[in-house]
Design a protein around this ligand. Structure first.
Ligand code: DHB
Length: 328
């Protein structure tokens, strides 16, 4: 049987498998980051989005799964250990696979201050592979998602690249729901050739889940509103991966995120042009062993189709064949 090569690259960084954690899941502290790094079926790790200072986040309950483990709602409120913690974690962990840091300042000044720290105060020996600017946190009261305000996004990127050029940079995007918004987002991103990847999608922001027996919201913060993840967001995630892949130059990788519950979901993300695929809700609810389960399922699909490497099918999605029947 031909051996399978599951290796991929993101921003030119080699990964032995296309899978890694979605930011926010299993990546808030050093032991969790170590577990992802030690997992042979995860090709990289990305940290919890960090702010300048440690944050406790929103009151609990702030995360719930629903429909078994296929869905989630969260309003975490950026609980994290602060930017210095994740820099030191990189140093301590000495990762042998890409270690991405996710930044999500509460203000423009805070983002610039974190970037300035990373530009000037971090030794060249600290093994951070790249930075991801999170433009899409939906859970902070009074702070709209910057990825939905194209002028603000443009300004944030312009200022970021004025003060930071030390490491590869990517952005985490919110889901878009209209081709005009894919066009507008891509037009902004194309202005910054330093952008090496886009991760799409963040959770679908500001959903509401109701407990009909208790007649209460599932979450406490923000009147119960929270970001939706899990199987139900896969069509939106795939549409964003596919649409941005078509609109961005080859120098920008698209990292797929959203709706991965099985290996076939990863296969679909890759067909839509994803260079790598992140897993959130599934890992959060069932544990890191799911990286192995999903990898085995992906390998089975590839073998049964005669593919030996990811590049055999990545981005090759075809349009449905026109047909007369069925009629609808
Ligand atoms: C949080 C949620 C997000 O979707 C995100 O991108 C960043 C932070 C949070 O609530 O902690």
């Amino acid at each position: 049987m031909a051996t399978l090569d599951l290796s991929v690259t993101v921003a030119g960084l080699a990964m032995n498998t296309p899978l890694y954690n979605a930011s926010g899941v299993w990546c808030t502290n050093t032991p969790q980051l170590r577990e992802v790094l030690d997992c042979p079926y995860a090709g990289a790790v990305v940290t919890k989005s960090c702010t300048l200072a440690h944050r406790e986040g929103n009151p609990k309950p702030r995360y719930r799964s629903f429909n078994g483990v296929t869905g989630s709602i969260n309003s975490m409120g950026l609980p994290n250990n602060g930017v210095m913690y994740y820099i030191q974690a990189a140093q301590e962990l000495a990762p042998h696979k890409p270690y991405f840091m996710s930044l999500c300042g509460l203000t423009r000044e805070e983002n610039l201050q974190m970037l300035s720290t990373l530009q000037h105060d971090v030794g060249a020996h600290v093994p951070i592979a790249g930075l991801e600017l999170n433009l899409s946190c939906p859970n902070i009261a009074g702070k709209p998602q910057i990825g939905y305000d194209f002028d603000a996004m443009d300004e944030m990127l312009r200022e970021s690249f004025e003060c930071f050029d030390r490491l590869p940079v990517g952005v985490k995007l919110p889901p878009y729901f209209d081709p005009a918004h894919f066009d507008a987002a891509a037009a902004v991103l194309r202005r910054y050739p330093a952008i090496r990847w886009v991760t799409c999608i963040n959770s679908i922001g500001n959903g509401l889940l109701v407990d009909p027996l208790a007649e209460r919201t599932l979450l406490t913060p923000r009147s119960g509103l929270g970001g939706i993840g899990g199987a139900s967001i896969k069509p939106t995630a795939l549409a964003n991966v596919w649409s941005l892949r078509q609109r961005l130059p080859d120098s920008v990788d698209v990292v797929g995120c959203g709706g991965v519950a099985r290996g076939v979901d990863v296969f679909e993300h890759l067909l839509c042009g994803a260079s790598a695929v992140q897993i959130g809700t599934l890992i959060r609810d069932r544990g890191l062993d799911q990286f192995r389960v999903v990898t085995d399922e992906l390998a089975f699909i590839m073998r049964s189709k005669g593919y030996t490497r990811i590049s055999d099918f990545r981005g090759t999605l075809q349009a449905a064949e026109p047909e007369e029947w069925p009629l609808e």
